[in-house]
Design a protein. Structure first.
Length: 147
């Protein structure tokens, strides 16, 4: 019987394969983010729509990356992983919010397409940072005895 508090991590998966899986899982949650943004943008300004869409998609995405990308099973370290995800959300919000501010400062009345393109580019950079920090947190190096 598997203890639900035990974390099992897939350490055998090569980093490049993890990055590809991370991109696939992230792509799904970025589509969710984009759809939420478009839906929320009908009644909210760009900054609020971005923030709410990011929070919701980040919580779901952290769960997805734990499970699918890094093979983390069980509930051990769930709180620390979600906390890292939310800290990275703050970073992502700063990057995406700043990107929207730059777009709005450089283009008079940017289209929704321009907003989404800027957000996609910003999220790509944030995603790479997320991958490496999640990998550090979710796939710890095995401890080797001796020297």
């Amino acid at each position: 019987m598997i203890d639900s508090h035990t974390t099992t991590v897939d350490r055998k998966r090569p980093v490049l394969l993890q990055l590809v899986v991370f991109a696939g899982v992230g792509g799904v949650f970025n589509v969710l983010y984009g759809l939420l943004y478009i839906l929320l943008r009908t009644g909210l300004d760009a900054q609020w729509a971005n923030a709410i869409a990011l929070v919701l998609s980040t919580i779901a995405g952290t769960w997805g990356h734990r499970r699918v990308t890094f093979g983390v099973r069980g509930t051990a370290r769930t709180l620390s992983h979600q906390s890292l995800g939310l800290a990275l959300l703050a970073f992502g919000l700063a990057v995406t919010g700043g990107s929207l501010m730059l777009l709005e400062a450089s283009v008079d009345g940017p289209s929704r397409t321009a907003e989404l393109l800027v957000l996609a580019a910003a999220n790509l950079g944030v995603g790479l940072v997320r991958f490496f920090l999640f990998r550090l947190a979710m796939v710890p190096e095995p401890v080797h005895a001796g020297g």
